[in-house]
Design a protein around this ligand. Structure first.
Ligand code: SF4
Length: 318
C-alpha cells in the first residue's frame, strides 16, 4: 500500500491527543474538558464514524510505520534545538534517532510490535534519517532560535468549543511577529489541495490570536517527504471565516452526538483507517456505545440510550 496522504500521517495517540484527557495536567487549564483539535475536526469532516471511534469509543489503533516515523522525526527535531546553535548539524540530529526511538518504545509499549527483525528497524531508522537530511535542505537550524517547541495552545470561543492543539514550533522575531511552523513527514499537497493543511494552520493562528492578541505573521508547513515548504500569511478576515467554520463543525458534532447517528463516510482515505473491520460501509458492525461515553467525551447528552440503541424520552415529554 502506498504511503497515506500527509494529512493522515499522524499517530492519533501522539501528539494530537486532544479530546479529552480525564487526568488533566497541571498548568494547562481545561485540559480535561471536552474540546476540539484540528485533527479531530478533520476526522469529523472526513468521516463522522471515524470521529466517534477515536473520540468517544477511544478505540486503540495499531501504530503504523509511517505514523511512528512521523512521531520519531518530530521528536528529533524538537530535541535538536536543545543543543547550542553551532552544534545543530544533520549528523547530530541523526545521532538522536536511536535514543529517541528507545524512549518512544519505553513510553509506548505498543511500538514494540511494529518490527520483528533488527534489519527492518535499521531500514526504518534510515528512512527517518533521510527525512532529517531533507530538513537540513529546507532550514538552517544554526540560524534559528525557536521561542517555543511542542507548544500546547488552548482557547475557548464564546459559547464554545474549547480549541486546543500542539504547535510544533513557534518563532518570534525581534519585532514580536510570530511564525507558526509545522513539520510534515509526508509529501506536500498538490496545488489546489492545500485546504486541509491550511485549515490546521489557520486553526492554530486563530487560537494564538485569541491567546496573545496578535495574528501570526506567517504560517509555515515544512514537508519532509518531498522537500517543499508551504508558506501562508493569514488575514483577519480568513481567521474569522475559520472561526465560523469551526463553530459549524462543532455544531455538527453536537447534533450528531445528540442523535447518535455517527455515519460512515467512505473516501479515498478508508484504506488507511484502522477500523474498517467494524465499519458498516465495509460489512462490519461497530461496538455499542458505552453508557455515558458521549457525554464524557463531548459534554453532550445523547438522545439514544447508549449501549441499548433505544431512543431516550425527551425532557419535555415529562
Ligand atoms: S473505513 Fe472509512 S467509512 Fe469506515 S470508519 Fe473508517 S474512514 Fe469511516
Amino acid at each position: 500500500m502506498p504511503s497515506p496522504p500527509s494529512s493522515s500521517v499522524q499517530d492519533p495517540a501522539v501528539p494530537e491527543f486532544v479530546v479529552p484527557d480525564p487526568a488533566g495536567e497541571p498548568g494547562r487549564a481545561g485540559r480535561g474538558r471536552p474540546g476540539l483539535s484540528p485533527s479531530r475536526a478533520n476526522d469529523f469532516m472526513q468521516c463522522p464514524l471515524l470521529f466517534r471511534f477515536r473520540v468517544i469509543d477511544k478505540l486503540p489503533e495499531p501504530p503504523s510505520e509511517a505514523a511512528a516515523r512521523g512521531t520519531l522525526v518530530h521528536s528529533v527535531l524538537e530535541r535538536l534545538y536543545d543543543a547550542p546553535a553551532a552544534d545543530r548539524s544533520a549528523a547530530a540530529a541523526r545521532a538522536l534517532l536511536p535514543g529517541e526511538w528507545d524512549r518512544m518504545r519505553t513510553a509506548e509499549p505498543r511500538y514494540a510490535d511494529l518490527f520483528t527483525a533488527d534489519a527492518d528497524v535499521a531500514a526504518w531508522l534510515a528512512g527517518a534519517g533521510d527525512l532529517i537530511g531533507t530538513y537540513f535542505t529546507l532550514e538552517d537550524p544554526t540560524r534559528l532560535e525557536p521561542r517555543e517547541r511542542e507548544l500546547f495552545v488552548e482557547t475557548e470561543l464564546d459559547g464554545g468549543p474549547l480549541l486546543r492543539g500542539v504547535v510544533d514550533r513557534l518563532d518570534v522575531a525581534p519585532d514580536g511577529a510570530m511564525r507558526v511552523v509545522d513539520y510534515k513527514t509526508g509529501r506536500s499537497p498538490r496545488p489546489g489541495y492545500e485546504g486541509s493543511a491550511l485549515f490546521q494552520m489557520r486553526f492554530y493562528a486563530l487560537v494564538l490570536w485569541r491567546m496573545r492578541g496578535e495574528i501570526p505573521r506567517m504560517l509555515q508547513l515544512v514537508y519532509l517527504g518531498d522537500g517543499q515548504v508551504l508558506r501562508h500569511t493569514p488575514e483577519e478576515a480568513e481567521l474569522a471565516t475559520t472561526e465560523r467554520r469551526i463553530r459549524s463543525i462543532w455544531a455538527g458534532i453536537q447534533a450528531t452526538a445528540r442523535t447518535g447517528d455517527w455515519r460512515p463516510r467512505k473516501s479515498a482515505l478508508c484504506p488507511w483507517c484502522a477500523h474498517q473491520g467494524i465499519c458498516p460501509a465495509f460489512g462490519g458492525t461497530p461496538p455499542e456505545l458505552q453508557a455515558g461515553a458521549t457525554e464524557l467525551a463531548l459534554g453532550v447528552n445523547s438522545q439514544v440510550s447508549e449501549a441499548s440503541g433505544v431512543t431516550a424520552p425527551s425532557r419535555s415529554s415529562g
